[in-house]
Design a protein around this ligand. Sequence first.
Ligand code: ATP
Length: 252
Amino acid sequence: MLTVQELEKSFGTTKAVDQVSFHIQKGETYGLVGESGSGKSTIGNMICGLLAPTQGVVSFFGEELWKNNRFHRPKPGSLQVVFQDPQSSLDVRMNIRQIITEPLRALPREERLKKSSDDYLRELVRRVGMHEDHLTRYPHEFSGGQRQRIAIARAIITEPAFLILDEPTSALDISIQAQILNLLKSLQQELGLTYLFISHDMSVIRYMCDRVGVLYHGRLIEENETEALFTEPQEAYSQRLLASLPQMTKRS
Ligand SMILES: Nc1ncnc2c1ncn2[C@@H]1O[C@H](COP(=O)(O)OP(=O)(O)OP(=O)(O)O)[C@@H](O)[C@H]1O
């Protein structure tokens, strides 16, 4: 579904992403893990069109997304993003209905009308564990976890094929993190979604991902199926990342 080939991004003299290649198959969750500053978000931002690559290719369903420094939008709504901080990603002046219907602007009229109908929206908010009465409320009335549910509803309203989840639970309390991760898992099953899951947290990566790429200083130094990576990490850096995990998580 998604292919990244020799992707690079420089900021001045800093090479934030260096020769990164991977592919993501339909229905899987591919994780990108690495410490702060390793280039995870920069990769996500190049895939969703927020940042132009310095070099390399990003293809989605076989179509190149970046050509001559210009982003060629895939089918409207087919690729969506959920960011880390629901506090700053939701416009405080808009009510929940306005927030979650915002991506519909990119869709053809008929689809837009169908997906902004009361029935469709009620079903959508229920699907992410919210109540239909919440549609007329404002972001400040909700907790961090609920705000992330709203951000997820906004991302799936267009029925995307692919979601970039950039540290979607890192700003949340531990107890709430698990609820949001489980919601993302069940949505993936129900809707046949494919995920790029970005996180610095190895236990979250292990819980969520089928395959994982390890980033270190902008380079993809190791890639493997999740269990293989966790049981037999090949690179010293991956071993160090794993060593930072609590023992209980490692053995489970
Ligand atoms: N807009 C920018 N201008 C200059 N440098 C940037 C910019 N965005 C990212 N960088 C640099 O690129 C490198 C990779 O940053 P990036 O945010 O992709 O890392 P990350 O792994 O997602 O880390 P974090 O989890 O802290 O967001 C860092 O050195 C960062 O300082």
